[in-house]
Design a protein around this ligand. Structure first.
Ligand SMILES: C[S@@+](CC[C@H](N)C(=O)[O-])C[C@H]1O[C@@H](n2cnc3c(N)ncnc32)[C@H](O)[C@@H]1O
Ligand SMILES: [Zn+2]
Length: 643
């Protein structure tokens, strides 16, 4: 077996996964390579933190058996509805039925007039500023997409809704006829959610118009008799509820579509109010909708079967999966030394509050009755749950001890992790080592596409993930490991950053230093048999201490955005002439790409990325933005030559 020791190029998610929003969903094509590398057909794979089910889906597609656990019922709901096939004809039939019954009534709440031809059309969305309706956005068959200030009748319509004067939605007392969730963002009276701002409960996230539309739609979905089809429609429903909320800012770049852009129940003063029926229609029939997702699944040529128990899965002679809403350390019906491979993505400390963020969807589909119980099992750093870093580490340790117990000897456990803070990455490494594993390799894995955020402000946050390769060795070596102290860490960091800068041969921004430093640090600690038991400070702080003596910060013109030249500071060596520097990395990468383009006629971006990642590994893993920039540049040059 040849290990995966380098980054893998990724092209993002396929329709079966993108249909429902999730936080920190893994890149499926990267996961697939790991599963292929570390397992054979029929092997048993475990993901104790399965989230939206990517590891499980990829395992089963490759004809493995997979067990996925998550304490959050919403994660299990998303995983199950992502992975299970569904009857496409039946979904289409049901959708037309629902549409015939209620689309007209819901659309009537969004009725407006084309300002050019007076034709009645339904609004795609409205925009609000605090409590004021500002404009209406619609598409007229003759006049296309339009944006106009609201008029008297738009205003009146909303007033009627506000006063409960629409008989198909309200009773005689002006009370909405349909149920909607009113769960409060609270752990208990004195402890609100960390991620809550101004809104106090789920219903407050919506305008009244959108709330009653969602409520009516949901009550219709509840009436679907076939439980599988009902579940699929609930899945389509939660895939768009956030888009119908007020947490969707008005964006000049996308004037007709809404997005929940923060990982919190945030308040934005200028927000969208999107037509619930159109959102729902898109969630079923759109490019990223339910039908597309289920067709995508059909095209995979494997059926993803869910077994009703672990036993059934293990005794079956074909592939399949089993999902469990629980924590692996509470599970006792899996034998020790029975799992062939673990691939998992544990919670990242404080950065994503899964329990809080999944709450809004869970409130709609009613998974919150056991909220108090499952939230106590959530591994997270959250003062409102009385969980600090120590607690987080204890809980994580309990899981990894269990994983160690379940995994076959000499088998592998791939852990992916995303946290911009060395302290948390160290908690992870320390925990897994103490659980009895040995650390073999850390690979920095860039994201599939540079995110919009990273293009504008590429630096400061960690982009992409780390893939840690742990092995279940028979000798537990953590107890014999020596502590490294703070001053030694400092020396080590300085030494390794110098090494990085020499090898990259050019000023490098902190983000990229950080991306490639961990592997070097832990390789060294492994070699010397050490473990970092204290909580390290940030690498940047350490570098700052040596600014002016060993390092300097130099301005680096990095990218042109429109007419703006954005300038960032990069770390460089104070006395570069004292070292034997390599050719600047950007030049080497550029030459390599040039050579590649000269020798091959047809090559995809993905192939270029893979070849570049193969050639430039570890500390010289190039930034994805750089590869893309060079490619664009070369392409331009070629076009000019042809001209
Ligand atoms: C980083 S996410 C996994 C994302 C996943 N890899 C994906 O691609 O969608 C971590 C998950 O761990 C879950 N979790 C937290 N504590 C847990 C525990 N004790 N046992 C099982 N799952 C837990 C959270 O609910 C969350 O869904
Ligand atoms: Zn018109």
């Amino acid at each position: 077996m040849k290990h995966i020791d380098r980054a893998i190029s990724s092209s993002g998610h396929s329709p079966m996964y993108v249909m429902h929003k999730f936080f920190g969903r893994k890149q499926e094509d990267v996961i697939r390579e790991y599963i292929k590398c570390y397992t054979n057909k029929g092997d048993l794979i475990l993901d104790p933190f399965c989230g939206s089910g990517v590891m499980i889906g990829e395992a089963v597609k490759l004809k493995r058996k997979a067990i996925g656990l998550d304490i959050n019922p919403m994660s299990i709901f998303i995983s199950r509805n992502t992975l299970l096939p569904a009857d496409i004809t039946e979904i289409e039939r049901e959708f037309y039925q629902i549409s015939a019954e209620i689309s007209h009534e819901i659309n009537s709440l969004y009725e407006t007039q084309c300002r050019e031809c007076c034709m009645r059309v339904e609004a795609i969305c409205y925009t609000w500023n605090k409590n004021n309706l500002i404009d209406v956005r619609y598409e007229c068959p003759t006049h296309g997409k339009q944006i106009h200030p609201i008029n008297f009748s738009d205003q009146n319509l909303y007033k009627k809704i506000q006063n409960g004067k629409i008989p198909s939605f309200f009773d005689d007392n002006g009370v909405c006829k349909y149920w909607y969730p009113q769960n409060r963002f609270l752990y208990n009276k004195s402890s609100p959610f960390l991620k809550k701002e101004r809104y106090n409960s789920v219903n407050e996230l919506f305008t009244i118009r959108n709330l009653i539309s969602l409520a009516k739609l949901y009550s219709r979905i509840e009436k679907i008799e076939n439980p599988d089809i009902r579940s699929s429609f609930k899945f389509a429903f939660t895939s768009m509820t956030h888009l119908a909320s007020k947490m969707t800012p008005v964006r000049s770049s996308r004037p007709f579509s809404s997005a929940w852009v923060q990982q919190s129940y945030w308040y934005c003063s200028e927000y969208m109010e999107s037509n619930v029926w159109l959102l729902f229609e898109r969630s079923v029939k759109g490019k990223q909708g339910l039908l597309r997702a289920k067709k995508d699944l059909l095209n995979q040529n494997v059926t993803l079967n869910e077994s009703s128990s672990i036993k059934e899965l293990l005794t079956s002679n074909s592939h399949g999966f089993h999902l469990i809403q629980n924590s692996i350390d509470n599970l006792d019906n899996l034998e020790p030394n029975s799992v062939d491979y673990v691939i998992t993505d544990p919670p990242y400390g404080y950065s994503i509050q899964y329990g809080e963020l999944l709450f809004m969807w869970g409130a709609w589909i009613d998974t919150l009755n056991e909220f108090k119980e499952y939230i106590t099992k959530e591994i997270v750093v959250n003062p409102r749950q009385n969980k600090d870093e120590v607690k987080y580490e204890q809980m994580l340790l309990s899981i990894f001890k269990r994983i160690h117990y379940l995994l076959k000897p000499f088998k592998y456990c791939t852990v992916t992790f995303h946290n911009p803070n060395l302290k948390f990455r160290n908690i992870l490494v320390r925990t897994v080592l103490i659980a009895g594993f040995s650390l073999e390799k850390i690979v920095y894995q860039p994201p599939s596409r540079p995110s919009a955020k990273s293009l504008l402000q590429p630096f400061g946050s960690l982009e992409g993930d780390y893939f840690f390769r742990f092995k279940k060795s028979t000798i537990v070596d953590s107890t014999t490991r020596e502590d490294i102290d703070e001053s030694h860490l400092e020396t080590l960091v300085v030494e390794k950053v110098i090494e990085i800068l020499i090898k990259r041969g050019e000023p490098t921004h902190y983000t990229f230093i950080q991306n490639v430093l961990d592997p070097l640090l832990y390789e060294e600690l492994n070699r010397t048999g050490q473990i970092m038991r204290f909580q390290p400070e940030s690498i940047e702080k350490i570098l700052k201490k040596y600014e002016g003596t060993v390092f300097v910060l130099v301005p680096l013109k990095f990218r042109k955005i429109g007419s703006r030249n954005l300038v960032w500071n990069a770390w460089w060596l104070k006395n570069p002439n004292d070292y034997k520097l390599k050719t600047p990395l950007s030049i080497r990468v550029s030459n390599a790409i040039e050579e590649l383009l000269n020798t091959t006629n047809q090559i995809t971006v993905k192939e270029v990325q893979n070849i570049v990642f193969e050639k430039f590994q570890d500390v010289i893993t190039p930034d994805l933005n750089l590869i893309m920039e060079i490619l664009t540049q070369k392409q331009k040059e070629r076009m000019e030559v042809k001209d």
